[in-house]
Design a protein around this ligand. Structure first.
Ligand code: ADP
Ligand code: ZN
Ligand code: ZN
Length: 697
């Protein structure tokens, strides 16, 4: 039941033993407990907290408790079904807790698979871990052998990249900048084969659940060459609790040698970790947007540095943060400037829509290209980053627009099964039937305004009746496994035209795709967020990069009303470097990230005024108490502002941005300021969140 006594000094064997336990409760700090036998740091324990029983992790063994000994409760049970968490895992959790200003227990516990943190799985069971570990038993996956002589011969740049990574200084970070289709995957494979052969584990992160099957297939085929048996584990939020637990345990025990997963996999203990790969490192999916708002990419860089193992960040369009690090020499830059196969980059054309008559949103050029592609028997992709049928329903006589009663956004018109429509709020999930007449004026002629994927699909079905269409978006892939099924249809050549959102834009290696059309690119061109152009550029480069990966002569057609915008001009030249250069110059001249560091304080209350009042008081704290906030003189606090989407699910939201050219000063400031703001928020009954390095402002 407990740790082996010889793990602690003999003199300590008299007890009681004092423990600091991290618990998943929204209170700062760790909690004092005691036990009559020695316990190890990193062990899980069941404790009584208030009226609840909870599982926590022992994070320290203090000599003395912080309270009078008689007030320190004894723990209920030591869990010994797992070895104690390794020290490096605890260090990373501590770092994340400090850096993101979040209690340690709220970092650690949610990172564990459900059954490992639920006391109900253990209580009353004689053998502590039995039931949980039994859940984890699994059948070995069958691995198909591959013929090993089909491996491509690396080109000189790929070869140099592999050598660069293998020879990297321990703990260094390498930025693999490779144009789309340049063969980054092959570089990853060669490096990880070496790392695995050397007896180390590999963490391979991808931004999207939908990309895991593609990489799983590639990895399984390749792994069979180096290691016998089933050594791959996959981890993402689409798995059942049992599947997640199994993957986690296999990695934690060292049985699985490679972990393929989305952002949450960064928190998996890996006893022999020897390499971290972050594919599509620029992707905002690496940022968690609730709870602990961490960046898995940034934690990967930290973890590699801490463990002295290399971290490879790969992208065709690196984030400006990473690009800037590479420019300054903090990351080593490895470049794959051309496509790996003997094909050129697709031709990117801008179609100026200002003087064109569009047919249901399509220019004649795009329709011609789609038709020609269909005749050639090749595939095409129509990209529109808007799901549903139409973004809003509209009354032509009085101007009424369908609006969510709970949020300050329009409800989106969706086509349900068959031809029934309804209205849905993409912010809060509210759904309503389509009204028979305008609620304001009674007119019965309500019209959809604008276009989403469903309407595009409907139009193409009528316009190109012979084309086999699929729509790939969050709605068409809601069921488990359905995305994979759709992608398999595409790969099998059973599809002529894909209509899709950003889900199809990333990472996929389509073999027959030769035309890409982009419909509403301008939608984010003038967004308020300073990262909008960067995001748009990356997204369009990615989607363009799906075309012509295996065949010559691919066409990308971007419809825009603003063809002169620098984003588009860089895009037609495939000029990431030029784009990054000018964007970085611009950021530097106005002191925006990566030349400044930011923290965002958000406040939510039933009434905007309350949220703003709280933020105003928070902003005044350093003026009112000038000596209490180290770093304050180097931190700039902007004015509180309401969020662009002010109300979501009847809660009104505002935010306050903090900025500093000096990261340690900003960190020090928030360390003292954050808890004070939390106190104020409690008094005012306003919900707050503090987000470090926010991506969206
Ligand atoms: P990226 O991830 O950089 O966009 P991929 O790794 O998907 O590109 O590679 C694009 C295509 O090129 C794949 O079909 C891959 O099999 C192929 N490929 C990679 N390296 C080579 C090579 N050295 N020679 C020939 N083909 C290659
Ligand atoms: Zn009306
Ligand atoms: Zn809503």
């Amino acid at each position: 039941m407990t740790a082996t006594p010889d793990a602690t000094p003999a003199s300590a064997s008299t007890g009681p033993f004092w423990l600091h336990v991290a618990l998943d409760v929204p209170l700062d700090g760790v909690f004092d407990y005691q036990h009559h036998e020695p316990v190890l740091v990193g062990q899980r324990v069941i404790v009584q907290f208030g009226r609840r029983q909870m599982i926590g992790v022992v994070v320290a063994l203090p000599e003395q408790p912080s309270y009078p000994p008689e007030q320190v409760k004894a723990i209920e049970q030591v869990l010994d079904d797992l070895p104690p968490f390794p020290a490096d895992w605890l260090r990373m959790a501590r770092f994340a807790s400090t850096y993101y200003h979040r209690p340690l227990g709220e970092v650690m516990m949610p990172a564990l698979p459900g059954p490992l943190r639920k006391p109900s799985a253990y209580l009353g069971k004689r053998s502590a871990g039995g039931p949980v570990l039994r859940m984890a038993k699994r059948k070995e996956k069958k691995v198909d052998p591959v013929d090993s002589d089909v491996l491509p011969v690396l080109n000189a740049e790929q070869q140099a990249a592999v050598e660069g990574i293998v020879a990297a200084k321990p703990g260094s970070c390498l930025l693999l900048h490779g144009v789309t289709g340049s063969g980054k995957t092959e570089v990853y494979m060669r490096v990880l084969e070496q790392v695995l052969a050397a007896g180390r584990q590999v963490l391979f992160m991808v931004p999207e659940i939908n990309l895991t099957p593609q990489f799983e297939q590639v990895l399984r085929a390749r792994l069979a060459r180096v290691l016998p048996g089933d050594v791959l584990a996959v981890l993402h939020s689409g798995l059942s609790e049992g599947e997640r637990l199994r993957s986690w345990l296999r990695v934690n025990s060292g049985q699985a040698r490679i972990l393929l997963g989305t952002r949450l996999s960064i928190f998996t203990p890996m006893p022999e970790l020897g390499l971290i790969i972050v594919d599509e490192e620029h992707d905002s999916s690496y940022k968690q947007q609730d709870g602990l708002r961490y960046s898995a990419r940034d934690l990967a860089v930290w973890r590699g540095y801490d463990l002295k193992v290399p971290v490879v960040l790969g992208s065709a369009t690196p984030s400006l943060e990473s690009w800037n690090h590479a420019r300054q020499g903090r990351y080593s830059l490895l470049s794959l400037p051309k496509r790996a196969r003997e094909v050129s980059m697709p031709r990117v054309r801008l179609v100026d829509t200002r003087h064109l008559r569009l047919e249901s949103g399509f220019s004649p050029q795009l329709l011609d290209a789609l038709e020609a592609c269909l005749e050639r028997g090749e595939q095409s992709l129509v990209f529109i980053n808007r799901r549903g049928y139409a973004p809003v329903l509209h009354c032509a006589s009085c101007g009424w627009l369908s609006q969510c009663p709970r949020c300050t956004v329009y409800t989106v018109l969706h086509r349900q099964n068959g031809y029934k429509h309804n209205l849905q709020c993409h912010h809060c999930g509210y759904q309503a039937p389509v009204p028979h007449a305008c609620p304001d004026c009674g007119d019965q002629d309500l019209q959809p305004m604008g276009r989403g994927t469903q309407r595009i699909e409907e139009f193409l079905g009528e316009r190109l009746p012979n084309a086999r269409l699929v729509r790939i978006d969050a709605d068409s892939t809601r069921l488990k496994g359905s995305a994979q099924q759709l992608f398999e249809q595409v790969h099998a050549g059973e599809v002529d035209i894909m209509v899709g959102t950003q889900m199809v834009a990333k990472g996929h290696d389509f073999t027959r795709l030769s035309v890409v059309g982009v419909l509403n690119a301008d939608a984010t061109l003038f967004a308020h967020d300073f990262r909008a152009p960067e995001r748009l550029f990356a997204q369009l480069m990615q989607v363009a990069g799906r075309a012509g990966r295996h065949t010559e002569g691919a066409d990308v057609i971007i419809q825009t009303g603003y063809p002169d915008q620098p984003v588009y001009q860089s895009l037609i030249k495939h000029d990431y470097i030029g784009f990054a250069q000018s964007a970085l110059n611009e950021r530097e001249s106005v002191g925006l990230p990566p030349f400044a560091y930011q923290v965002l304080l958000s406040a939510e209350a039933p009434q905007l005024a309350d949220a703003i009042r709280l933020l105003t008081e928070a902003r005044r704290l350093p003026e009112d108490y000038p000596n209490e906030f180290p770093g304050a003189d180097q931190v700039f606090l902007y004015d509180p502002v309401p969020l662009r989407v002010l109300r979501v699910a009847k809660v009104e939201r505002a935010q306050l941005l903090l900025e500093s050219a000096h990261r340690p000063a900003l960190q020090a400031f928030v360390r003292y300021w954050g808890p004070r703001v939390a106190q104020l928020a409690k008094q005012h009954k306003v919900r707050i969140t503090i987000e470090v390095d926010p991506l969206e402002i």
